[in-house]
Design a protein around this ligand. Structure first.
Ligand code: CU
Length: 482
């Protein structure tokens, strides 16, 4: 794999930068949008497949206050569509990978063993991680090699996920299956009467498309020239998978469930709704201060939301669809809950969940600008394609900073190292008290101001678009905490 999309980008880079630098020109009209790949495989009717729950990873050992895991990346054949075999790249050979359950403040060490034919990089999305373990996109684990990632997890309980983060190839490698959930728990959250055990459900949502033989379709890395570039706006699948199963169904009891919704799609944004109330209790960075009831929930790639749904509002025999109001046809469906039987429910959603410190933008020493834009044959931040050696910012450890992000088309922007709070969207304060985020969706032609504080670790990190095709086409910037 010698020629990459990056080469194409470099060839066209100068012209692209010049065009992108023209303010107010009508680039948006010609800016690539995500493209739908249509499956040739026979697709199951919705809700015919039971919802799988990924296995919990077991530590290979625990010592010195740390838990040690081994994750082997390998190719495997799994049944995604009934009756067909699909080749995946999976952590532990499964898609999604096993769920890792960890405790805040307890060191979790993951040894990544790469048994694939391509280099990989592991990133714990939402992890407050030292730089050498954060999965900088050029810190490659070569085929046949392994690497230990150390996660101190000095952070709040939260729904995180882990996935591949290799420069220029994150899109195809995540698409092939390299993603899994990672739950951080803590005593504060466990003291609350929230639904737990089997009623605390990780739901990793992503879209894929399949060739007639069940192979996952993805615009070819090599082969016909220009195919990859045709999809630079993003790749959309026509099958919605939850925990790796197409439009699955789960039998539920008449009780509250905590749904840990994670949008692991390459470029699809969902607008999730059940027709009933969704009680939001958590965001990317853990519990909200208070629950907030919503009717629908927007989730851009990389974002998570924890919601409680009370199925006692339904009768036994009723079916509750989780729909995607942003999708059409089959892509408007996600999964279904079939209300199966009565059960005693001692869970509750307390009116106070946690304390969320409001970061004060008045304390910010610096305000930085990051412009996310199209560069013709790629994507740019501040007019430049990603260069892992160039530091776009050098924030000082301990400092509060305001980052002003602007977009042309929609970009879900993900900041590594520290969580942030959204201050304004197009100049307006968002509704409700502050919450901790690590990914925020910039919608078309928006300006979003975030405030963050750089804590604990000096070193190199990245800020990037989490539309994985945008990310792979260079929409990333490195920064160094000094
Ligand atoms: Cu983007």
């Amino acid at each position: 794999m010698t020629s990459t999309r990056r080469d194409v980008l470099r060839l066209l880079g100068l012209g692209a930068v010049a065009v992108a630098g023209v303010p107010g020109c009508s680039l948006i009209a010609g800016t690539p949008q995500p493209q739908l790949l249509t499956s040739a495989a026979p697709l199951p009717r919705p809700y015919a497949v039971p919802l799988p729950i990924p296995e919990l990873a077991k530590p290979v050992r625990s010592a010195g206050g740390a838990d040690f895991y081994e994750l082997t990346e390998r190719a495997a054949e799994v049944e995604v569509l009934p009756g067909l075999r699909t080749g995946v790249w999976g952590y532990g050979g499964t898609f999604p990978g096993p769920t890792i359950e960890a405790r805040a403040g307890r060191r979790t060490v993951v040894k990544l063993v790469n048994q694939l034919g391509e280099p990989t990089v592991l990133h714990l999305h939402g992890g407050h991680t030292p730089p050498e373990s954060d999965g900088f996109p050029t810190d490659l684990v070569a085929p046949g090699a392994s690497r230990e990632y150390v996660f101190p997890l000095e952070q709040r309980a939260a729904t995180l996920w882990y996935h591949d983060h290799r420069m220029d190839y994150t899109g195809p490698q995540v698409w092939r299956g390299l993603a899994g959930m990672f739950l951080v728990r803590d005593a504060e959250e466990e003291a609350l009467p929230l639904p737990a055990g089997e009623r605390d459900l990780p739901l990793l949502i992503c879209d894929r498309s399949f060739a007639a033989d069940g192979t996952m379709l993805y615009p070819a890395l090599e082969g016909r020239p220009g195919v990859r570039e045709a999809y630079m706006g993003g790749v959309l699948g026509d099958v919605i998978l939850v925990n790796g199963a197409p439009w699955p169904e789960l039998r539920v009891v008449r009780a509250r469930y905590r749904l840990r919704l994670c949008n692991a799609s390459n470029s699809r944004t969902y607008e999730l709704a059940t027709g009933g109330p969704l009680v939001r209790i958590g965001s990317d960075g853990g519990l909200l201060a208070q629950p907030r009831t919503v009717r629908q929930l927007r989730l851009a790639p990389g974002e998570r939301a924890d919601v409680v749904v009370d199925f006692s509002a339904y009768k036994v025999g009723q079916q509750v669809e989780l729909r995607n109001l942003a999708g059409e046809g089959a892509q408007a469906r996600v999964m279904r809950f079939a209300v199966d039987r009565d059960e005693r429910d001692e869970s509750a959603v307390p009116a106070r969940l946690s304390t969320v410190e409001a970061l004060d933008p008045g304390k910010a020493k610096v305000t930085r600008e990051f412009e996310f834009s199209s560069g013709g044959m790629g994507w740019l931040i501040n007019g430049k394609p990603f260069d892992p050696k160039r530091m776009e910012a050098r924030p000082r450890l301990g400092d509060v900073e305001v980052w002003r992000l602007t977009s042309d088309v929609a970009h879900p922007v993900h900041l590594h190292l520290d969580h942030f709070q959204v201050l304004t969207v197009n100049g307006e304060r968002p509704q409700g008290p502050p919450e901790w985020k690590d990914t925020v969706e910039l919608r078309e032609a928006q300006t979003v101001e975030i405030v963050t504080r750089f804590t604990d670790y000096r070193g190199r990190y990245v800020l990037h678009c989490h539309n994985l095709e945008h990310e792979d086409m260079a929409m990333m910037a490195a920064f160094e905490v000094v």
